[in-house]
Design a protein around this ligand. Structure first.
Ligand SMILES: *Cc1c(COP(=O)(O)O)cnc(C)c1O
Length: 389
């Protein structure tokens, strides 16, 4: 198929994983992106429009579209370190002398927090996640967090999740009492849709979301939402600033930028630039996501899985399989070896099939409906019957 320039297309029943190309965009989103590709706009102006849409959806003061949640994390970290100081912006990722430490509960360390270090941040771990060791019950306490906050602290970093310790509300209380912001990675925390507002409501100063996961935006889009001063700092560190200084006038959404002592040069985020097409695509997807009734969305996903269930009756349909409101069709195998054999057979097919293999060690594969195309359901059903039946 010419659409794939010679590459092999796959059936993605794993999820919105970046390495599998992310999810599918709705026709409304691709139409909006195609229209945006045929016009030009000043980037601060379209980010201001996005800010209004993100503020509506999240309850935050301001927001920008970034090149993914990881880029949003890097920019959020840069904002927490440089604030509205153009000299500091010009210096990053050299953060010597700036508050550059990000305090984090050790159990929340993850492969994406490198984005903080790319910006020049230094990660300071607290706690002992023996809760995850089997016999243990402890993790990190608010007291440990509080003592790790010093004049060198740029922010407390929090990885949002059902089991995050300490809970965000406690982290916010401790951080704000010591005058430092809280930066939250909530990249994959929707659904439930209510999480778009939740972390801001709980007091987070900056929150990152992926645009290309359940929100249904372009794979290379993300959201950074939060305090206007910090979001403005992040924006100016991403914008292309190759213009005469006097021509730069920030829109009201990013008013703090009009107070900068001078205009910085291209910032650290210039390597993670976002295009007008992605901005329009993300905002279109976000509006659709917020407008759709969550139960209707779950029902839509359930219909896909029910259609497949007939091919593999031994599977279990879980309404909240991956997260609240995201159902999964779980395929049990005798053991890990059997699951690995089925997974390999599926990936070897003419149209390779990728199932959710995150629990393959326990002998479980699953069909995640989120990135499936309905036209592929008969082919997928046949593949499941053959390889897992
Ligand atoms: C997916 C994910 C990211 C990265 O998101 P992108 O939009 O792909 O950049 C960061 N953090 C967590 C926890 C994630 O799940």
């Amino acid at each position: 198929m010419t659409a794939w320039i010679g590459a092999k297309r796959i059936i993605n029943a794993y999820g919105t994983n970046t390495r599998l190309g992310g999810g599918l965009l709705s026709v409304e989103v691709t139409d909006a992106m195609a229209a945006a590709a045929r016009g030009c706009v000043e980037m601060p102006d379209i980010q201001a429009a996005a800010s209004r849409a993100i503020a509506d959806a999240t309850g935050a003061e301001a927001g920008i579209v970034t090149a993914g949640a990881a880029a949003a994390l890097m920019l959020g970290a840069a904002a927490c370190m440089a604030r509205l100081d153009p000299a500091a912006m010009n210096r990053l990722p050299d953060s010597a002398g700036l508050p550059n430490e990000f305090v984090v509960s050790r159990s929340q360390r993850n492969m994406y927090d490198r984005a903080l270090r790319i910006a020049g941040g230094v990660i300071i771990e607290v706690g002992m996640p023996d809760r995850l060791s089997g016999p243990g019950v402890r993790d990190a306490s608010g007291g440990e967090l509080a003592e790790a906050i010093t004049p060198r602290t740029a922010a407390v970093f929090h990885l949002a999740g059902e089991n995050a310790e300490p809970p965000l509300v406690d982290v916010v209380r401790v951080a704000h009492a010591r005058g430092v912001p809280v930066l939250v990675d909530a990249a994959a925390q929707v659904p439930p849709a209510g999480n778009l507002r939740r972390f801001i409501a709980e007091g987070a100063d900056l929150v990152c979301f992926s645009g290309g996961k359940a929100i249904g935006g372009p794979q290379t889009s993300g959201i950074l939402a939060g305090r206007r001063d910090l979001v403005s700092s992040a924006l100016v560190q991403m914008l292309d600033l190759d213009l005469p200084e006097m021509q730069f006038v920030a829109p009201p959404e990013f008013a703090p930028l009009n107070q900068l002592r001078y205009l910085p040069h291209h910032g650290i985020g210039r390597v993670a630039k976002v295009g007008k097409e992605e901005i329009v695509g993300l905002v279109t997807a976000l509006r659709r996501f917020v407008a759709e009734d969550p139960d209707a969305r779950t029902a839509r996903w359930m219909v896909r899985l029910s259609a497949l269930h007939a091919a593999v009756p031994q599977a279990t349909l879980l309404p909240d399989g991956a997260k609240p409101g995201l159902p999964l069709l779980e395929l049990p195998f005798a053991d890990r070896t059997a699951a690995e054999a089925a997974d390999a057979a599926l990936r070897r097919r003419d149209v390779p099939v990728h199932l959710d293999a995150s629990r393959i060690r326990r002998g479980v594969l699953a069909v995640n409906p989120i990135a499936l195309d309905d036209v592929d359901l008969p082919l997928l059903a046949a593949a499941l019957k053959e390889c897992c039946g």
